[in-house]
Design a protein around this ligand. Sequence first.
Ligand code: NAP
Length: 437
Amino acid sequence: MAISVAIIGSGPAGFYAADAITKSVDDPVIDIIERLPTPYGLIRGGVAPDHQTTKKVAKKFEKTALQAGIRYFGNVEVGRDVTLDELHEIYDAVILAVGAPADRVLSIPGADKAGVHGSAAFVGWYNGHPDFVELEPDLNIETAVVIGNGNVALDIGRVLVRSKAGRAKTDLPPYARDAMDASPIKDVYLLGRRGPLEAKFTNVELREMLDLSECAPVVDAADLPDSVPDDMEDRAKRLAEKNLETLKAFAERDPNAMPKRAHFGFYAKPVEILGDDRVAGIRIERTRVEDGQAVGTGETYDIPCQLVVAAIGYRAEPIPGLPYDERQGIIPNDKGKIADGLYAVGWIKRGPSGVISSSRPDGVEVAEHIAADFPSGGSKPGRDRLAALLDERDVRVVHFEDWKALDEEEEARAEQPQPRHKFTAIDDMIEHLEGRE
Ligand code: NAP
């Protein structure tokens, strides 16, 4: 009997796993179960709206979705429409590919004030993720602070200071684009608690800050060392060298040459959010780096601002009945295997790091586990049983053809040069689909 596999989550990790399984197992039956009607996880809801080229990988995932043996079950929430235990009973193998959707918590005084957001919520809002459309951050502001020196911080900073013409070419939903276009924002601070050599920005993304038409990147040359120490590990050293060169180019720019500025602040540890109910500023403690760690110097300064976004990383959400590693924010696993018949790929397996394709090896690894764990094929009913269960429960499953109808509509209703005009409410998606039936 064919091995039946349920993959929970349709982001890159889920699709890479599906593809890898088709290559290592004979004629598997693979069902990709997704909470939202729309597939592709971070490609749609995380990758920056001005990084359309990165989003093109969705075309590859589409080919995977259309392979014989693979079916997409969108708008099906595990825990609400079907339980993990039921999936375990129905399928030979269940793969968790649900990512790390929760923000790492910014635990400093004042972090609960209005105008302070986590990056998952803020990015979700400007990417039209149905969970976050109601965030409606106040962008009637002059200064924003983004905490963190990773690529998510860069994405947020860059999108906020892009020109109107630049934003018109993105798939920002109109509510977010209009709010950003109307914003009088002039300054964005990107703050790292350690130094420029420890920043996690990848260099292509950092260099993009030199190409903005209305914003000058700014850095204090005094924060930049002359060179990178020899004792750094090779890969980290290469990145640090490139980033240092780019930051030196920032330092040569005239900060007043453009109407907006993106300030790169290093050795800057946030210690308090200032203001009454709403953020009015942030208190920063100057640090120095000792043995790779940020150590406070006791010297503080304040940056007045009206918006703070903490882009300090993500964590997976605990899953009832499964162990959870609080420190790493993942489900403990042995090379992707959690228990018999239960596996993990992507950020829930190894934590929130790397680029989209970093999840591909996770898929290969889990496919090898499955091939080894079911040498004489599968024994569970899989798809038909799931479909019957969802039918009994009146779940409105969104199949891949339905998603394609949504996709076509999003492209058709976009106004040039916008690549797509996203649906941002699940009800609207279902209404559109019902209207066609
Ligand atoms: P990240 O790369 O891990 O960066 C997180 C940043 O937050 C680090 O600078 C970290 O500083 C800082 N931080 C953590 N806790 C903090 C605290 N309590 N106070 C102050 N700062 C704190 O995470 P990310 O930016 O969320 O990105 C997640 C992954 O997605 C990364 O691998 C990233 O490269 C990837 N991504 C890639 C792209 C792209 O390729 N274009 C775009 C977006 C995201 P320390 O280093 O000192 O801990």
